[in-house]
Design a protein around this ligand. Structure first.
Ligand SMILES: Cc1ncc(C[n+]2csc(CCOP(=O)(O)OP(=O)(O)O)c2C)c(N)n1
Ligand SMILES: [Mg+2]
Length: 563
């Protein structure tokens, strides 16, 4: 079906790849399909880096991780029907995490639509509720227009995913068309009056507190905020899995509002008289089940800064609503000075003290011979400050969130949507983009096997990521909830696991089993030295369900409570 030499112009596939190139989309993650051969053919002659993946879920998560790190979308190409539905978790992650992402889907030929043709799917109907825009390119001449709009849409306001279906016959048509031009995400700036009002409100507050979250941050804005907040002496907390937005070592950092936060932090948020939300939606997890701020009118004065007006007032009615990107907002507050206040200082000092006691509780001893607190302490010493830590969902992630000292932007890849299986593909995507950075993925035994096949992608592209599989022989999080709600009635949560170290070796990587704390450091060092993608299969005691409690204690408490 290649174009006849006598036909003028470019094929749809070529036009599309040329648009990606000019928009700076230099990474494509894909699982091939016969529905977009013309695109694959155009990629053959392009310098876009193509990563061939093993499953579309992994491919799309890699692209999503790329968007988290760069603020610009990578492209993911998947085939129609099952290829597209496999990519759904990453589209959902991008929607929840406000990440720019382009997912291109091969589509059936236009003339057979609505017959239930092979792998036919109505993308607008299926993805309409979890994308910023879902569309189909019917006319080859409109590719530049639609890709340009997709770029704008994915990056602007609150960023998110865009799905574009590509009818197979459209891709092989030829046309003479003008290219688009590179697009930048439009900034939204706060007005001078709003900054003046903010200064007034902060000055009048006794106990102001800042919550950071969302996207549209940058290394520079994260750095600049530290200076401003240092002089203000206002406590700063971060939303779930947004720990890279503020350094744990900064004297104003008071902890993160994730799953199972420091109870004292929760008290400090409740005691605040002004909350400044920057980029955060203060959604279900950071708001602790919508308990921290009253809906719709919080008791605390609320200043909400968000890059999209549609979010302001959606859940919480703000006293001051500012449509601005976090980056532009941080630039605008650099000149804001606050007079010193003893009450504010004391509030910060107390919150910081409580954070440090929570983060450094002294020896944390859990059942079993492999102590995750010691593993985290070792990694804290060994990893370079710009190492990227990735994880999916599961209780194993608690160890990272509670004990790892995130100190830089661009060091955390974790889904706020709580999507299992994200860690390994995110690590592959990150290492493909930033080959000089140390990239460590954490996964539970359940989480790992959701997208563990992408370890093959790491081997294929010689990406020496290190995967730490925390194996407790179960879907531990759900077992914990089960013991709390239905004590002793273990149902559908046990796992019989493979030898994950042998799995790594079978794929051509480095694999080791770690059963005892003292084995971890030398195993990690050997993994690093191997220069290969590596898996450290860390077998922990199933009782060690979290840093704070054991499985039996959860069960006993539930029984004592009459469950
Ligand atoms: C894709 C997906 N499926 C199911 C869940 C529900 N879920 C949350 S945590 C969890 C168990 C995770 O098990 P594992 O990775 O072994 O970690 P552990 O909790 O045992 O440390 C499950 C099933 C989810 N969050 N995401
Ligand atoms: Mg587990």
């Amino acid at each position: 079906m290649s174009p006849k030499p006598s036909l003028p112009g470019r094929t749809g596939g070529q036009i599309l790849v040329d648009q990606l190139r000019l928009h700076g989309v230099d990474h494509v993650f894909c699982v091939p399909g016969e529905s977009f051969l013309a695109v694959l053919d155009a990629l053959h002659d392009s310098d876009i880096q193509v990563t061939i993946c093993r499953q579309e879920g992994g491919a799309a998560m890699m692209a999503e991780a790329h968007g988290k790190l760069t603020g610009r979308p990578a492209a993911c190409f998947v085939t129609r029907g099952p290829g597209a539905t496999n990519a759904t978790p990453a589209i959902h992650i991008a929607e929840h995490d406000s990440t720019p992402l382009l997912v291109f889907v091969g589509q059936i030929e236009r003339k057979v639509r609505e017959r239930g043709a092979l792998q036919e799917l109505d993308y607008r109907a299926v993805y309409g509720s979890i994308t910023k825009w879902t569309t189909e390119i019917d006319d080859v001449t409109r590719i530049p227009e639609i890709v340009s709009r997709a770029m704008h849409t994915s990056m602007s306001g609150r960023p998110g995913p865009v799905v574009i279906a590509l009818p197979e016959d459209m891709l092989v048509e030829t046309a003479v068309v003008e290219d688009g031009a590179p697009v930048a995400a439009p900034e939204a700036y706060p007005g001078a009056e709003q900054i003046a009002r903010l200064r007034e409100m902060l000055g009048a507050a006794q106990r102001p507190l800042i919550v950071l979250g969302g996207s549209r941050w940058s290394g520079e804005s994260v750095q600049a905020l530290q200076e401003v907040v240092g002089s203000w002496q206002v406590p700063v907390t971060v939303s779930l899995r947004r720990q890279m937005l503020f350094p744990t070592d900064h004297p104003a950092f008071v902890g993160d509002l994730g799953f199972g936060p420091n109870p004292k932090l929760v008290e400090h948020v409740k005691a605040a008289d002004l909350i400044l939300l920057i980029g955060s939606r203060m959604s279900e997890v950071p708001s602790q089940g919508y308990q921290l701020l009253d809906i719709p009118v919080p008791k605390q004065k609320l200043v909400h800064v968000f890059p999209d007006a549609g979010e302001l007032g959606r859940v919480y009615r703000p006293d001051l609503a500012i449509v601005a990107t976090p980056s532009a907002f941080v630039r605008a507050i650099q000149s804001v000075e606050l007079p010193a206040s003893e009450v504010r200082q004391a509030y910060l000092a107390e919150a910081r003290k409580d954070y440090l006691a929570w983060r450094d509780p002294g020896p944390v001893k859990t059942p079993g011979s492999l102590q995750m607190a010691e593993v985290m302490a070792y990694l804290g010493q060994q990893l370079p400050p710009d190492a990227i830590l990735c994880n999916g969902a599961g209780n194993y992630a608690t160890w990272i969130h509670r004990f790892h000292r995130f100190n830089r932007f661009g060091t955390q890849l974790a889904p706020t949507s709580g999507s299992m299986g994200y860690g390994v593909p995110a690590a592959v995507g990150a290492k493909r983009l930033l080959p000089d950075r140390t990239v460590v993925a954490f996964a539970g035994d359940g989480c790992f096997l959701m997208h563990g096949q992408e370890f093959a992608t790491a081997v294929q592209y010689e990406l020496p990521i290190i995967v730490i599989v925390v194996d407790n022989g179960m879907f531990g999080t759900i077992r914990m909830h089960q013991e709390r709600e239905y004590p002793g009635r273990v149902s559908a949560t046990q796992l019989k696991n493979p030898d994950f170290a042998a799995y790594a070796r079978a794929f051509g990587g480095h694999g080791e089993t770690v059963l005892r704390t003292e084995e971890f450091a030398p195993a990690f060092e050997r993994a690093r030295q191997s220069g290969k993608p590596a898996i450290l299969h860390c077998v922990i005691d199933p009782e060690a369900i979290s840093p704070a409690t054991t499985l039996s204690a959860v069960r006993d408490a539930a029984i004592a409570a009459g469950r």
